[in-house]
Design a binder for this molecule. Structure first.
Ligand SMILES: [Fe+2]
Length: 385
């Protein structure tokens, strides 16, 4: 059969105070108790009240697991699953950046499917729907609230496992830009550039389709125009709102059209050098775009136009201006380079081969407009330093 499929959460509430619907939405799933997965900062700063307050008002009891303080690993899933089972909760509320939401998806699926999370690496392996997950993002980046994807680091093999299945799609997303107000500049940059990467990769992906194209192009425009403003003015409500809407659209776009070479190469950087996902994407985005442009100048030219750049009359030139603008945004947002984060040629040399192999094995590079060989991927890693 030819055609397209677009999978999205059944309910998405977007807007200021959307998080105040947490109680009402939880009740819709017919449970009187939820398991909240979050991080220690949100739990201890009181920010978690954005969801616990509405839950209390609706008479829904909860237990909080606040140990997802870094990008998810096997241990978060094992511990979270054990605590969920003890709690007896019938649904999960995930509140935080992509990490708590990704852990929630994995825990929800493992609550009803046998074996270990490692058994489900790849696509479409779960046989049963997970427990309902209500995702409440507090960053504008991963789009995890609207994707059927979770990334869990297998610390035994130093591999960031990509696990995708419609069965882990959040049942509801409450996307409230007020939760991102005041976010520190470094986190705003890393998460926002992750979202921009999602939108660009979804648009140029070989699996792009008409419905994801609309979302991806709109997201590129929203993020390119508003992210620098949200970064410079952390309490600018309008810029925060537009950036978060862009991140949501980018999430839906890439969840259905897939990401490509940047993400494929970025995961091994995170797994081996423990560098935040958005930062490793930002480090790779410029060099990978330059490498990839010739694979589809037309699509990359449309990326440039979506960012508000003029049509230079020739797809190649317009595409190149878009890549230059992306580099400028990354520079403007003062994202640290891989070298500044301690990744030197000497440290890269012994692991570059494994990184390129893991990148290719993830499948994402196969969606890139220009396919890269293992040797080319290794070369791109060095160029990104
Ligand atoms: Fe990403």
């Amino acid at each position: 059969m030819s055609g397209y499929v677009l999978r999205v959460p059944p309910t998405i509430h977007y807007g200021e105070k959307a998080s105040s619907l947490a109680g009402a939405v939880a009740k819709r799933f017919g449970t009187s108790k939820v398991f909240i997965i979050t991080d220690n900062f949100l739990a201890s700063s009181g920010a978690i009240k954005a969801v616990t307050g509405p839950l209390e008002e609706a008479g829904v009891s909860f237990e909080i697991f606040s140990e997802v303080n870094q990008e998810p690993t096997l241990a978060h899933v094992t511990e979270g699953l054990a605590r969920l089972k003890q709690s007896g909760a019938g649904a999960i509320v995930a509140c935080g950046g992509g990490s708590p939401i990704d852990v929630a998806k994995a825990v929800s699926a493992m609550a009803v499917n046998p074996g270990r999370i490692q058994d489900y690496m790849g696509a479409d392996k779960f046989e049963k729907d997970g427990l309902p997950v209500i995702a409440v993002p507090t960053t504008a980046g991963t789009g995890s609230e609207a994707t059927a994807v979770t990334i869990i680091t297998d610390t035994e093999r130093d591999v960031k496992m990509l696990i995708s299945s419609p069965r882990i799609m959040p049942r509801a997303a409450l996307v409230d830009p007020l939760l991102t107000l005041g976010m520190p500049k470094g986190l705003t940059a890393a998460t926002g550039l992750d979202a921009l990467t999602h939108a660009i990769e979804a648009y140029v992906s070989r699996r792009a389709q008409p419905m994801t194209d609309l979302l991806a192009l709109n997201a590129i425009g929203l993020i390119a125009k508003n992210l620098p403003l949200a970064w410079a003015e952390p309490n600018n409500t309008e810029a925060r709102g537009h950036t978060m809407l862009g991140a949501l659209q980018a999430g839906i776009a890439f969840s259905n059209a897939s990401v490509a070479l940047v993400h494929g190469m970025s995961r091994p950087v995170g797994a081996l050098f423990h560098i935040a996902h958005g930062v490793s994407n930002a480090a790779l985005l410029g060099v990978v775009m330059d490498f990839s442009l010739s694979g589809n100048y037309e699509r990359y030219a449309e990326v440039a136009l979506a960012m508000g750049l003029p049509d230079l009359g020739e797809a190649r030139r317009t595409a190149e201006s878009g890549a230059a603008r992306v580099r400028e945004i990354i520079r403007q947002l003062e994202v640290p380079s891989l070298t500044q984060l301690g990744v030197t040629r000497e440290k890269l040399a012994p692991v570059a081969d494994k990184m390129a192999e893991d990148a290719l094995a993830s499948g994402s590079p196969a969606n890139n407009p220009r396919l890269a060989s293992k040797a080319e991927i290794i070369d791109l890693y060095y160029q990104a330093l």
